[in-house]
Design a protein around this ligand. Structure first.
Ligand SMILES: [Zn+2]
Length: 138
């Protein structure tokens, strides 16, 4: 054990609905209130039509692995050393947005491109709930 704590996300006014959703085990995604284009991470203006109208909706939680790394030598080692090896991946959600997360529940070396995954929620430090992904049947 050590005295180092892992950094946890801090919600701001744009991302607060996302983190509130995670606490309720709902993967909430922002979309444009005008052209309805989903976007992640949350932001104030639609990159497509520049509208500032915003909506939130519950994503299916299903996606596929776009790309990934298997972390063997984390920095700082004092914080993450006990977790290796672990997967940091880009996940393409069915709704058309891409997010960074961890893929858990499998041998990190067994992960393959386009692997079907689904969201799961993990309690983090300080009451933060993190969305992670686990393998699912295609
Ligand atoms: Zn738009």
């Amino acid at each position: 054990m050590n005295d180092f704590s892992k950094p946890v996300p801090v919600a701001d006014s744009d991302s607060a609905p996302f983190w509130e959703g995670c606490r309720a085990h709902r993967l909430m995604i922002q979309r444009c209130g005008s052209c309805k284009t989903p976007r992640f991470p949350p932001m104030r203006t639609c990159p497509k039509c520049h509208s500032t109208e915003t909506e939130w909706f519950k994503a299916s939680g299903r996606g596929t692995v776009y790309s990934w790394i298997v972390v063997q030598h984390p920095v700082p080692r004092e914080v993450y050393g006990q977790d290796v090896p672990y997967v940091v991946a880009l996940i393409d959600l069915e709704e058309g947005v891409r997010m960074v997360s961890n893929v858990i529940g499998l041998d990190p070396h067994a992960i393959i491109g386009n692997m079907p995954v689904e969201v799961t929620f993990e309690e983090g430090q300080g009451g933060v709930v993190l969305p992670k992904f686990k393998p699912r049947e295609a």
